[in-house]
Design a protein. Structure first.
Length: 476
């Protein structure tokens, strides 16, 4: 059974098979790991990675109840500090100008009161390309549903015969924010959490040509987050726009974690995960990533905390590859972390998308669309919601439409899986993150090489099989 399975992050995670079987829950589960994901040392980060802010330092107290000012070494001077995760005692420190970051890190890491001290690397939304919008199957009355090849491809239209979701289930979307007044989303949106503003200040774009300023505080200044949110939660059967995977039953907690251009950093992302935990979500979608060299222990710790609190995390593997040219980039973090569901992209024609990153950490593929190259074999992109106002992408002349747009990327594949996880939890609310991940793997439709391969993982997501899983559905 499960021929060809290769564990994620070899040596860090193991696949356990239980002998007892039941149709009420998945009995093939991933054994929890106590090992940590690989994290770059502070010195390595300084050598190889762009830092978001060269005066930033992330620290974690060994005693979370301790007073930060009482445990810092006397020789370490700081200008400011912010609590990132109270539950884990993680702080962001700002050191004075002209102070050596490397020396400060060395001093802090020699303190017995601190678990670690590390710099704050930058992250960014993945690049994406966009088009403007000029029975045994459920067919919503949303007028543009006919453009959504992705729903049939992933078996979501058939999964809707089993459930269209639970309207009390909360899903966090850590991204560029959301259009809070979008007519196809507003019924499913809860209060936006503006972590970017809390940690980094106002999100104001100043047009260099006109001199005009646009304040994107409290909303999506990019468009990426609104598009991702629509794939999960665009309202079903409301006679407008498009259909979301869980668009009849889900509550979205938008967590704005980038500026209008998609810039962010490890401290902001750590704070975003903590806020998702605080808002009692069951699933977190994150379509933001960076190379493994940007991994921080603070981000690893808060993600492990979320998993321990029974929150599933779904993450995009990244868009940096060019398979037509033989270039395949590694999986980005946090998708590469243990326990996280790492999602790559396939095209309309069930091929691994040329841009989709690969590696031993990949779990499954979901519809990400084509259109990122001149090769017609890539097929159509993914249609979803877009802000109803002009964003930074409009000012850059990359997206000229409002309300709806089509784009492609692992960022678009990721929320398909998040939506299906929400549907799974609607039917079986006691599923754990390990059971959910294992079931998605067990019920995927194999692509490329038989069994696991580093391009397609365990195959293409099959939403119907994931929802109706029994032991007879496991791959032999």
């Amino acid at each position: 059974m499960f021929n060809g399975f290769t564990p994620k992050l070899i040596g860090l995670i193991s696949l356990a098979f239980l002998t007892a079987c039941s149709t009420q829950g998945l009995n093939t589960v991933l054994a929890p790991t106590t090992a940590q994901a690989p994290v770059a040392s502070p010195a390595h980060l300084l050598d190889s990675v762009d830092l978001a802010h060269s005066r930033d330092v992330l620290v974690r107290l060994r005693d979370v109840a301790a007073n930060l000012n009482h445990v810092l070494p006397e020789q370490v001077k700081i200008e400011d500090s912010r609590l990132i995760s109270k539950e884990q005692g993680i702080y962001l420190l700002k050191i004075p100008t002209q102070t050596s970051l490397m020396k400060t890190l060395e001093q802090l890491n020699h303190s017995s009161a601190l678990a670690y001290a590390e710099p704050n690397p930058s992250f960014h939304l993945p690049n994406f390309q966009t088009q403007a919008l000029t029975s045994d199957v459920i067919r919503p009355n949303d007028p543009n549903y006919g453009l959504q090849w992705n729903m049939k491809s992933a078996g979501i239209d058939k999964a809707w015969t089993l459930t269209t979701g639970n309207p009390t289930l909360r899903v966090a979307v850590i991204d560029s924010g959301v259009d809070p007044n979008h007519p196809d989303l507003i019924d499913h949106l809860e209060k936006l959490e503006d972590i970017w503003n809390e940690e980094r200040g106002p999100d104001i774009y100043r047009n260099p040509f006109t001199g005009q300023s646009t304040n994107f505080g409290g909303k999506d200044g990019n468009g990426h987050g609104t598009h991702v949110t629509g794939i999960i939660a665009a309202t079903l059967n409301n006679q407008i726009g498009v259909a979301g995977v869980a668009g009849s039953g889900v509550r979205i907690i938008p967590i704005k974690s980038t500026d209008y251009a998609g810039n962010t950093d490890a401290a902001v992302l750590t704070a975003a995960f903590q806020r998702a935990i605080d808002r009692n979500v069951r699933v977190i979608n994150i379509s933001i990533g960076g190379p493994a060299a940007k991994s921080t222990q603070a981000l690893v710790d808060v993600i492990q905390l979320a998993l321990q609190k029974n929150i599933s995390i779904v993450s995009a593997t990244g868009n940096e590859s060019s398979r037509f040219q033989g270039s395949i980039n590694p999986i980005t973090v946090p998708a590469a972390y243990p326990g996280v569901i790492a999602v790559g992209a396939h095209t309309q024609y069930d091929k691994v998308a040329s841009y989709s990153n690969g590696g031993p950490e990949i779990d499954i593929l979901a519809p990400g669309g084509g259109g990122r190259s001149t090769n017609a074999a890539e097929g159509q992109q993914i249609w979803s919601t877009w802000p109803s106002y002009q964003t930074y992408e409009y000012f850059m002349k990359r997206v000229t439409s409002t309300y709806y747009a089509a784009t492609s990327g692992t960022s678009m594949a990721c929320p398909h899986v998040t939506g299906v996880v929400a549907l799974m939890l609607s039917r079986e609310p006691n599923l754990t993150p390990a059971q959910i991940r294992s079931r998605l793997i067990a019920t995927a439709d194999d692509l490329d090489a038989p069994g696991f391969d580093e391009a397609s993982g365990y195959g293409k997501m099959n939403a119907l099989r994931a929802l109706r899983w029994t032991r007879n559905d496991a791959r032999d």
